[in-house]
Design a protein around this ligand. Structure first.
Ligand code: ASP
Ligand code: MG
Length: 417
């Protein structure tokens, strides 16, 4: 049997009872014959607490020490799960990032994985079928010998990287929902779970606001073609029929998806802010004067709309930034006022971005036009639009987010029957 990676998030390991439940899921796969590598998150809430302690200790702290602190959450869970598995008679041992090792760059607090050494895991699979319980979220920067972490939600990425390294048949992501939905079911009760979604689509969904998986993990899955199965850890292991495909969503190559719909999902994000620079000169160099300083300040600009000048001399330029960067972005533009040359700065934080995603858009025309019409019929004003090959996004007043999402969900036939 090929190896299998099973990843459990924070709510799935929230206490010892939940960890025992996880252990039974692991045993189920071991009994089915798999060589299992388990990747665990910190117990729910633990990472937040660790982060808060670092902030309390010093507002501006050394990112290397932050990593030393926050990496401990996963260490605890990995050890506990190994203990419980041993108690159930399953040969298991815990591994930390530096022990395998999982090598990363030195971007502390958001490090990227460079290499995973799965050699020892494979040897132990073959020798004694030992289950590997691996602390997610953490790695090692080899040159300095220091512990790194992969950014919030990073244990998804650990799991996919390990799956790639050991040639796993699949990477199962166990979480508190039973898969990926066409949109947030709390907003649209008619949202339904997708059986399959292509890597590209999942990448857009995750980047545009769906919080199921860390964006980088999907990226990595796409690059290494690791099939990822999102499923619930809240199903009792005893209730799973091994002859049936369990409920969940498979994230896979688009060639594996037979019935491709034009639109597969709708994402939204309220963490957006809009800035409009009024009456800038319509001449070369102005966009550079605006976006250069923002980039230097590490502010991520998303949507950009520039009007064609009416008088041939001046125009308006509108863009969005993450709401958390709104004040900083305004100050940056105000500081650069002399080099940019504009009349006035307007802004809004009560805006939301709604995005429609689907690989089918590559081959179907007019998909976005239908949305514009449907939104106008609901009197929802569109402030800005961006499009790419497989998605489009509209910026609207935040108060209309739910209405817009529901309208589009129905429009594209995503409502569950
Ligand atoms: N424990 C880390 C976090 O809360 C990593 C993870 O759970 O994926 O962000
Ligand atoms: Mg997570």
């Amino acid at each position: 049997m090929p190896p299998l990676v099973m990843k459990f998030g924070g709510t799935s390991v929230a206490d010892l009872d939940r960890i025992r439940n996880v252990a039974r899921h692991v045993k189920r796969e071991v009994d089915a014959g798999y060589d299992v590598a388990v990747v665990v998150s910190a117990m729910a809430g633990v990472t937040n607490q660790l982060v808060a302690w670092c902030r309390d200790a010093a507002g501006l702290h050394d990112a290397r020490e932050y990593d030393a602190v926050v990496a401990t959450g996963e260490q605890v869970t990995a050890g506990l799960l190994a203990i419980v598995l041993e108690g159930m008679g399953v040969d298991a041992r815990s591994w930390q990032g530096w022990q395998l090792p999982i090598l990363t760059d030195n971007a502390h607090a958001s490090a990227r994985i460079l290499d995973v050494n799965g050699g020892e895991l494979t040897r132990r699979f073959q020798e004694r079928k030992q289950v590997a319980v691996i602390a997610g979220f953490q790695g090692l920067h080899k040159e300095t010998g220091r512990i790194t972490t992969l950014g919030r939600g990073g244990s998804d990425t650990s799991a996919v990287a390990i799956a790639a390294a050991i040639g796993a048949e699949r990477c199962d992501i166990y979480t508190d929902v039973d898969g990926v939905y066409t949109t947030d079911p709390r907003v649209v009760p008619k949202a339904h779970r997708m059986d399959k979604i292509a890597f590209e689509e999942m990448l857009e969904l995750a980047s545009l606001g769906a919080k199921v998986m860390q964006v980088r993990s999907v990226e990595l899955g796409m690059v290494h073609n690791v099939r990822i199965f999102v499923r619930s850890s809240f199903v009792k292991p005893e209730d799973i029929d091994p002859r049936q495909t369990p409920p969940g969503t498979l994230i896979c190559d688009e060639s594996e998806i037979m019935e491709q719909q034009v639109v597969t999902g709708i994402a939204f994000s309220k963490d957006e802010a809009q800035i409009s620079v009024r009456r800038v000169q319509d001449k070369p160099g102005v966009a550079a004067a605006i976006f250069g300083p923002l980039a230097d300040g590490n502010i991520n600009v998303d949507m950009i709309v520039q009007n064609v000048s009416a008088d041939g001399a001046t125009t308006d330029l509108t863009f969005t930034v993450p709401a958390a960067d709104y004040d900083r972005a305004r100050v940056t533009i105000e500081k650069a006022k002399n080099t940019i040359g504009y009349e006035r700065l307007d802004g809004a934080t009560d805006v939301a971005k709604v995005s429609v995603i689907g690989i089918g858009m590559r081959s179907h025309a007019g998909v976005a036009a239908r949305a514009f019409k449907a939104l106008s019929e609901r009197n929802i004003n569109i402030r800005a639009i961006t499009t790419s090959e497989i998605k489009f996004s509209v910026l609207i007043d935040a108060a209309y987010t739910e209405l817009a999402v529901r309208t589009l969900h129905t429009l594209y036939g995503l409502d569950k029957a």
